[in-house]
Design a protein around this ligand. Sequence first.
Ligand code: HEC
Length: 149
Amino acid sequence: MQLTLKFFRFLVAPMIIIIGLTLNSYAQDKTALQQERTATMKILARSMGQLKNASDIADMKIPAIAIASATNKLFNMWPEGSGGGNTRAKAQIWSDKTDFKAKLMDLKKATDKLVSSVDGTDLALAKSAFIGVGRTCGTCHKLYRGPKL
Ligand code: HEC
């Protein structure tokens, strides 16, 4: 009895704690890259919100530039093995690498159009460029983004 209790206290209990901690960190901890990737996507989302609400082309410049620079960063954010259960990145990103890259290029092309449209004075044109960008987000998410965690 005495021995069983000792066994539990000094061996089993710490093991349970260690296993618990490991599972916990596995579920929650993102690598620096994964965190930055999420943050970059959030910049895209925030900027899209600002573009949507803009009633004036001047208000579209800053968010358009933010989208362009976030998009450029995104190109290098998908190294092999950076998916997994603590992210929303689907495995197809790496099995269909060429198509995924093409979807990133579609975002970039749409973004370039947006950036040049906000240099002009045609609000309707800029809004339609904004909608074009939004379409590329949705197309990629449908294929390559998993459900909310
Ligand atoms: C080439 C594919 C692709 C494009 C284009 C793309 N995304 Fe994403 N997005 C993803 C993937 C994959 C994830 C999941 C990444 C992860 O969890 O590591 C994601 C995640 C997100 C998230 C969730 C972040 C979180 O809190 O977990 C938001 C918001 C988001 N994207 C917004 C956008 C917006 C807005 C655009 C367009 C301006 C966009 N994305 C364009 C692939 C894309």
